[in-house]
Ligand binder design. Structure first.
Ligand SMILES: [Zn+2]
Length: 309
């Protein structure tokens, strides 16, 4: 079948020419320093071809057949501290919870609890719940955080539910968002962050970190806004991460080449990197400038549950 309906805006999703062989992607992880265990390889016995399907209306994308990261795959890639703990989206969410005077929060896909650790330190009056299928993380979570390995067991009527860089990893993001919304009280806040594929990530669309089994769907502000609107939420806040220092070396040469109309011309891109991007980056590192005013990696949205009664 070549046609699907977009879960965000209900336009048609069409097959693109973008394909990846699964084994090539797994080998790419290994050439980038991640050793994949036998169990991980065992989870992916066939070298299937992953094809990108895209909505031309809202830019939502999904790779089919659906191939998500197995538990063994995530164990392998997190061994190398792939995940940052001090993140822009966490800081934005803390401000949101503080100004909303939230008393309870559930962090879905909480991992080792980096965000909930920030909440317990900065907003000690909030009761914290984490959801993660991996029960082994229980001992790593900050004291006082309740872990629910099954999301259905988490309490309802919450003031806030957060999903940081989660929905792009799961096979059914719509149903996960519906369950998340069901956990909120009326007037409660849903905070969602995603890699923004309308930002500079689009220059690295073939990166092994942006395709299955790691990321199975592709999000833009337009697709996420459409979906949350369709699910009945009121969009309150939209935020774009500025370009952070740790991504400058990768993103800035491409961003500047794009702005100067030289993207795709290797010799001009090399000159822009050498004479423009590198001096700017050295300046930022010397003077400890943490962000540049270009679009960075992440888009974050805060939406409110309406009273549908
Ligand atoms: Zn769409």
């Amino acid at each position: 079948m070549n046609l699907y309906t977009c879960p965000c805006c209900e336009a048609q999703i069409k097959k693109t020419n973008v394909t990846h062989k699964l084994f090539d992607v797994l080998h790419k992880w290994e050439t980038n320093g991640i050793v994949l265990s036998k169990s991980t390889w065992g989870n992916y016995p066939n070298n299937i071809t992953l094809t990108l399907y895209k909505c031309n209306n809202c830019d939502y994308g999904v790779f089919l057949p659906m191939t998500i990261g197995s538990d063994a795959f995530y164990t392998d890639i997190t061994l190398h501290e792939y995940y940052l703990t001090d993140r822009w989206d966490f800081h934005v969410a803390i401000k949101v919870l503080r100004s909303a005077k939230s008393h309870s929060v559930l962090d879905i896909g909480c991992g080792q609890g980096a965000f909930l650790d920030m909440v317990t330190k900065q907003l000690p009056n909030i009761s914290c719940h984490g959801n993660d299928a991996n029960s082994a993380i229980r001992e790593k979570l900050p004291q006082g955080v309740a872990l629910h390995t099954d999301l259905q067991d988490a309490p309802s009527n919450l003031d806030a539910v957060t999903l940081f860089q989660v929905i792009e990893h799961v096979s059914d993001s719509v149903s996960l968002l519906k369950t998340s919304i069901a956990k909120l009280r009326v007037g409660g806040l849903l905070v969602v962050s995603v890699p923004d594929h309308s930002g500079p990530i689009r220059f690295f669309a073939d990166s092994h970190t942006a395709i299955p089994p790691h990321h199975v769907s592709i999000w833009t502000p337009s697709s996420l806004n459409s979906l949350l609107d369709k699910l009945g939420l009121k969009i309150l806040i939209q935020k774009w991460e500025p370009l952070p220092d740790y991504l400058m070396e990768t993103y800035l040469p491409k961003i500047l080449s794009h702005k100067l109309g030289c993207l795709g011309n290797p010799s001009w891109e090399a000159r822009i990197q050498h004479f423009l991007a590198n001096p700017i980056i050295r300046f930022c590192f010397k003077f400890k400038i943490k962000y540049l005013p270009f679009r960075g990696h992440t888009y974050l949205i805060v939406a409110q549950k309406r009273d549908l009664a």
